[in-house]
Design a protein around this ligand. Sequence first.
Ligand SMILES: *[C@@H]1O[C@H](CO)[C@@H](O)[C@H](O)[C@H]1NC(C)=O
Ligand SMILES: *[C@@H]1O[C@H](CO)[C@@H](O)[C@H](O)[C@H]1NC(C)=O
Ligand SMILES: *[C@@H]1O[C@H](CO)[C@@H](O)[C@H](O)[C@H]1NC(C)=O
Length: 380
Amino acid sequence: METLEFSKCRISIAIMVFIISVYALPCTLCFTSFVFGDSLVDAGNNNYLFTLSKADSPPYGIDFKPSGGRPTGIFTNGLTISDIIGQSLGAKSFPPPYLAPNTQADALINGINYASGASGILDETGFLFIGRVRLREQVENFEQSREYMVGVMGENRTRDLLKKAIFSLTIGSNDVLNYIQPSIPFFGGGDKVSKTTFQDFMVSNLTIQLKRLHELGARKFVVVGIGPLGCIPFLRATNLIPRGECSSKVNEIIQGYNQKLSQQLNRLNHEMGHEAIFVYANSYDIFTSIRSDYHKYGFENANKPCCGGYFPPFVCFKGRNANTTRTSSGLCEDRSKYMFWDAYHPTEATNLIISHKLLYGDQTICSPINLRQLYNYNIS
Ligand SMILES: *[C@@H]1O[C@H](CO)[C@@H](O)[C@H](O)[C@H]1NC(C)=O
Ligand SMILES: *[C@@H]1O[C@H](CO)[C@@H](O)[C@H](O)[C@H]1NC(C)=O
Ligand SMILES: *[C@@H]1O[C@H](CO)[C@@H](O)[C@H](O)[C@H]1NC(C)=O
């Protein structure tokens, strides 16, 4: 009996020592990430803007445990891909939105989320929604965070922390959505440029921001390609695409862009040698493979969104009577059986599968290495 008590005690001391060492050595074991992008990864920045692109009413966030199911500005029912990946790699909590009050100090531990719904790579993208933080501005905001970090830890320790941190960019969908709307003239008011020119604009404007981040100390990059937007409920309904099919016109534009993007990331990897690494995340093929075999992944519906109905105006929020879960907009019974949460965004269930593939996938999914390998990768 005594020995048992004794060993119990030893175990709890060992646990305490472990806990103390984890907290005393910030970032030997923790996961720091800086997240840039659009509504696919916005952690609530748009709540602080005057904008039409907001997810601040129920049932958004209904499965998000940290908020007890209340909406936080996240554009899905639960976790986003960047949050799931952070959690799997040991993040203690999710990077908070940059625009929320008192989040500066998080840069030192968890990282910060700069992403903003409706934003794009190109400055003009998303103007119909009024407020959004463009990619260029997201990078400027990171510059502010970096200044804060240097103030607290000095230049050298900041450089060391940033060298280990993961910088993810999930952006480009809104640029394409704007480009294909017949009612929106090409940015600047002129005629639309050709598809190839448009794809080149996106890649070269994105490259400027990647290089800027690199100058500021970012070394480990994940750049997420655009998914098959031609298959999202919004585009399928507005383009009258039959059940089970996608808009090939839209998907061709995206595939052209993704190919140029992955080539550009290859080029950057060659240019920079061991000094930085750029991972291309092939979300297009991941999403397509889940969709074509959705039963195997436990889904019952790969066409309709869980929330907001299948036809315009796709409004996904609760009616006046906050007690009813089934309203005119409708909420599906089992959220884990749907690939789409609303007309634009995947459910948490889909995000979980995508994240798992990004973490463990082979080179057809993440190249040159997957996200688990990226986390363990040491920059010289
Ligand atoms: C920062 O690093 C540089 C070169 O790596 C070194 O010369 C300098 O002394 C360091 N500064 C501090 C404050 O440690
Ligand atoms: C960035 O995109 C804009 C269109 O929004 C284009 O006019 C400009 O030339 C692009 N910049 C580069 C460096 O490609
Ligand atoms: C919602 O339910 C609560 C308790 O179940 C009740 O007190 C309240 O009046 C209901 N609200 C509406 C708008 O029906």
